[in-house]
Design a protein around this ligand. Structure first.
Ligand SMILES: [Zn+2]
Length: 1004
């Protein structure tokens, strides 16, 4: 999955309730006389054709006529017994111990179903001697195949289905434990039988809600070695509106009509909301899926449709081909009206694949880039891994509502619109970059995640870190001119280094203690730190060995699961045991944080030593015994020297210290091209030499190294380890640097400084310094309208910062473009739209704000809408900010998927930050109620809103709030926020004066 939402879709389309005129009527089920063909079961020993069942009075529930009569007789009999019993027994009858006794009277009825099986009321905890107390399912039964039929009703937002699961008995047991959540199961229609038609009675159903388990207690043991089936004849559920499981979405057509659709998001643990299943990643199985849906809509699942059957006048059933062996979390279902752009791909080795990019029909024109890149990337990865995919088609579908960036469901990748759609005339190059990145990420998952899967969610990072790492390799292959490995440093690695420098971080590989925790670990640490440590691995073993290791790993674990040790072993084998990769990498993945390497000049040599880097080390929270490695790392330390600036050298810093011979008096620059996940600290004279080199000729250092010097020094200063005058001196050369990557590192670093002193007197000097720095770059880059992607990136960030700090000619330039757009509808240069909208709104009033708001409601390009939504939060009229922020509770104005993003827009100006902080406190309960179930939303909202809070008064308010009224989930978010605020307070006390003095001395 990609969690990225940097370019979210903020659709303001109204979401009216469904009306009966928009959809075909619910079918009269009695008219449905379709006879289902014989069903081949998937027993290992033999294939049995079951008797042909007929559709019963209930859709999605198949039962033979003879058995139906039998059920009816049994039901009446049991009902009678039940009525007689209830007349005599006490309330204790309802406890499970008692009920099992009653049910035992039916034990020997064969064939039988559990008509008399009693149900323990929810919520319940099983007795300790039961084999289903843990977080995980027992391993006594292993599923191998599912026959799943879903009937999804867009009109009523309900679905029903049937599911037959073929299982192998690993160890003898009388319990069948599977997952089920938010589903109603018709317990009278649950059958357990072997391939030779031996039946087991279900004597009791137990719904263990705490673990989302459904437990069938059988009348006798299932013997080890047996293959058998559990048939769940009918279950029902609700199509949700919270972007989980099977959920509703909608869009407005150009003629104003609301079109409804259903999409799915099953990762991590929501397959169990759609059908009863063994919902853990290592319970891999094959799936034969059918979807019954309204006529006139398209149904999608992981595999191609192999046949469609008309069911009366309103319904169709699509049958899909059997899937490869796969995990439940990458199953997917979509029903809707879309239009596609298609390509056929033949890859080396002879595989032929159909690749399609789908969008709502009026967004069809925006699908070209995604298809072109998807085709190239699919070919690239097939060759890179040397392994043919077994899924013959890929549907990449853009849905108007999606919680993350995209989801890699095998054969049916689902995206939020801004992650797949790109309009070259309107969308910015950063939108194009994001689409490219996410498409590459999801395609990489085919091999890394779908074919070879982590065994359990504590190694989630194996999937996400590798997909994130591989996406850059594919992008670099398709667009070498983008220099993506340098962009990766500033966009993905620096942000996670901030998070991982807090004592509240977590290790990449983390023990999951309960199901709620799984969602919390879909965070930047799993994705970006995972990616960063793999970038380091790739660098020190070399790209060819990295590829060999991946190939070995995927081949060894194809259609299986693996853990981290098995992955490292594949790399150790790839490098022919030159390194024991696990020993090195475990220090990076099994402890949180990362090192700062200090370089000391000791006469004839440079002495290297390491300590953990913490942004806020108050001494009491950092206990080295918390880590199995005592917060020491095995570091591949790379460096270049002034005498040989182009040859990177490597020395290993094994847990303790190392020495490098000093060959000349010049500078030494560590972590060349920022390939390693560590920071480098120098002594003051060395910082001065590096600053001099930058001023003399900055091109001696590659872009990523320049960005590294800026990023590291600002981080050290923020952590009170380096005086700000040293750091700010390094930035004076930027007047001459016309590259995006170092500028981005600088502006991101300055964001903290600007945020922290925005309400202080020195801010005026800070703006002055920035104006001086940016003016010559503005003159050089903004006039040009063409260029490579990084050049276009630079143009946008330079215009933005120039306008924000009030560079007069820049503001004038942007304002005139805004007014021409407003008056004459002149098209804006796509890359400059965001700064232009922002200036228009910031400098304007109600009229400008409402103009942009109205435009945002009518545009059909999601990325354009998103830029407008960002600009709207920059108004300097408090009442407009209050009006806007209250829209997060109005889904017709701000969709659930965009709440956290809109809140992030409120961090851009001091006024918006003040409003959002006050809003968070005054609407805490409402927000917790509305969004608290989703770890993602509240975590990011809290993080965004509290980023620059730096007063004791606010800290106390928030401490009280978080303590008295805790979050429903994402509790780590509040801890993290409070730690950051405490650090902010210390920072301001220690640094404000020094910064203020430096700025006054360096204004010219
Ligand atoms: Zn992913």
């Amino acid at each position: 999955m990609s969690g990225r939402t940097t370019f979210p879709d903020v659709t303001l389309a109204e979401q009216r309730p469904l009306t009966t005129t928009q959809l075909p009527d619910t079918p009269d089920l009695q008219d449905s006389n379709h006879v289902q063909g014989g069903t081949a079961t998937h027993f290992k020993d033999t294939v049995v054709i079951l008797e042909k069942p007929q559709r019963s009075l209930h859709a999605g529930f198949f039962v033979s006529k003879a058995r139906g009569i039998f059920f009816l007789v049994c039901a009446l009999l049991v009902l009678t017994i039940f009525v007689i019993f209830t007349a005599f027994v006490t309330r204790e009858f309802c406890t499970k111990e008692k009920t099992s006794g009653v049910s035992s009277s039916l034990k020997n009825s064969t064939p039988s179903v559990a008509l008399a099986a009693s149900k323990t009321e929810e919520p319940s905890r099983p007795a300790l001697d039961h084999p289903f107390n843990g977080l995980r399912l027992p391993r006594s039964l292993i599923p191998s195949h599912y026959d799943l039929e879903l009937k999804i009703d867009l009109k009523t937002s309900r679905f029903s289905g049937s599911c037959n699961i073929t299982l192998h008995v690993n160890t003898s047991t009388r319990y069948v434990v599977f997952h089920r959540s938010q589903l109603e199961i018709n317990e009278s229609l649950v059958i357990v039988r072997s391939s030779t038609n031996h039946f087991w009675s279900v004597v009791k159903h137990n719904h263990v809600t705490a673990n989302q388990f459904h437990v069938l207690e059988l009348d006798r043991d299932l013997p080890a070695g047996l293959t058998f089936k559990v048939e769940v004849g009918r279950f029902t559920g609700t199509v949700r509106d919270d972007l989980k499981g099977l959920y509703k979405s909608s869009y407005k057509t150009p003629d104003g009509k609301i079109e409804h659709l259903v999409s799915s998001q099953l990762q991590s643990t929501d397959a169990r909301q759609v059908f009863p299943c063994f919902d853990e990643p290592d319970f891999k199985a094959t799936f034969t899926i059918s979807i019954v849906h309204h006529k006139g809509y398209l149904a999608f699942s992981n595999m191609p449709v192999v046949g469609s059957v008309s069911l009366g006048s309103n319904w169709t059933r699509d049958n899909f081909n059997i899937t490869p062996v796969m995990s439940t979390y990458i199953l997917a279902f979509v029903i809707g009206r879309f239009k596609s752009r298609n390509a056929s791909v033949v890859v080396p080795g002879g595989g032929k694949y159909e690749i399609k990019v789908w969008a709502r029909p009026d967004a069809y024109a925006q699908t070209e880039h995604a298809l072109d890149f998807a085709v190239k990337t699919f070919k690239f990865f097939t060759e890179y891994f040397g392994i043919l995919d077994t899924v013959p088609k890929y549907d990449h579908v853009a849905v108007p509502d999606f919680s993350g960036g995209a989801m890699e469901n095998w054969g049916l990748i689902i995206y939020r619109e801004t992650a797949l759609l790109y309009d070259p005339l309107v969308s910015s190059s950063s939108n194009k970059y994001m689409v490219t990145l996410i498409v590459a990420h999801e395609i990489a998952h085919i091999w890394f995640g779908n074919m070879a899967t982590m065994r359990w969610w504590d190694d989630l990072w194996l999937n996400e870190g590798f997909a994130s790492s591989l996406m850059y390799i594919a992008m670099d292959h398709v667009y070498p001119e983008w220099n993506v490995f340098a962009i990766q440093v500033v966009e993905d690695i620096f942000p996670v280094m901030v998070k991982d420098a807090l004592v509240t971080s977590h290790s990449v590989s983390t023990e999951i203690r309960n199901p709620e925790e799984i969602q919390q670990f879909f965070d930047m640490i799993s994705y970006n730190k995972g990616m960063a440590v793999l970038r380091m691995l790739r660098h020190f073993i070399g790209p060819d060995n990295f590829r060999k290791g991946l190939q070995l790993y995927v081949r060894r674990f194809m259609y299986k699961n693996a853990d981290m040790a098995e992955l490292w072993q594949a790399f150790t084998d790839a490098v022919k045991e030159q390194h024991v990769i696990g020993e090195i990498m475990d220090t990076w993945t099994r402890q949180m944080g990362y090192p700062m390497v200090s370089v000391e000049d000791r006469g004839g040599m440079f002495h290297l030593s390491q300590t953990r880097f913490l942004l806020h080390d108050n001494g009491s929270q950092h206990n080295i015994s918390d880590s199995p490695y005592g917060y020491k790392w095995i570091i591949p330390f790379t460096y270049v020297t002034q005498t040989d600036p182009d040859t990177s050298q490597l020395t290993w810093l094994n847990m303790d210290s190392a020495n490098i011979p000093k060959k000349s008096k010049g500078w030494l620059l560590g972590n060349y091209e920022y390939q390693g996940f560590y920071r480098v600290m120098y002594e003051k004279p060395m910082w001065a030499k590096l600053a001099d080199q930058l001023l003399r000729d900055h091109t001696v250092f590659p872009e990523a190294s320049r960005a590294g010097l800026i990023g590291d020094s600002f981080s050290f200063s923020r952590a009170n380890l380096l005086d700000y005058d040293v750091t700010l001196n390094l930035t004076r050369y930027l007047k001459k640097d016309m590259s995006y990557v170092p500028w981005r590192a600088f502006l991101d670093s300055m964001e903290f400084l600007r945020g922290m002193i925005a309400a202080e007197g020195a801010y005026v000097h800070l703006e002055g310094y920035l104006r001086n720095l940016v003016a010559p770059v503005f003159d050089t880059v903004v006039v040009s309208a063409q260029g490579t992607l990084p050049e276009r990136y630079l143009r946008r960030v330079i215009l933005s910062i120039a306008c924000e700090v009030g560079l007069e000619k820049a503001v004038k330039y942007a304002k005139s473009m805004f007014s021409n757009w407003m008056k004459f509808d002149n098209r804006l240069p796509a890359d400059l739209s965001l700064p232009v909208y922002s200036v228009g709104v910031r400098e304007g009033g109600v009229e400008e704000w409402e103009f942009v708001w109205n435009k945002s409601q009518t545009t059909t390009v999601a990325s354009e809408r998103e830029m407008m939504m960002e600009a709207l939060a920059q108004t300097q009229k408090p009442f407009l900010l209050w009006r806007y922020i209250n829209f997060i509770f109005v889904p017709e104005k701000i969709k659930l998927q965009d709440v956290r993003v809109v809140m992030a827009y409120f961090t851009k100006t001091l006024l918006a930050r003040m409003v959002s902080l006050q809003f968070l406190q005054s609407h805490w309960d409402e927000m917790n109620e509305e969004f608290g179930d989703d770890g993602f939303v509240m975590r990011e909202v809290i993080q965004e809103v509290t980023t620059y809070v730096n007063s004791e008064y606010e800290l106390q308010n928030l401490e009280r709030l978080f303590h008295d009224r805790p979050l429903k989930s994402a509790s780590k978010a509040t801890e993290n926020a409070l730690e950051l605020i405490r650090a902010n307070i210390d920072w301001k006390r220690l640094n404000y004066k020094k910064i203020s003095d430096w700025l006054q001395n360096n204004l010219t």
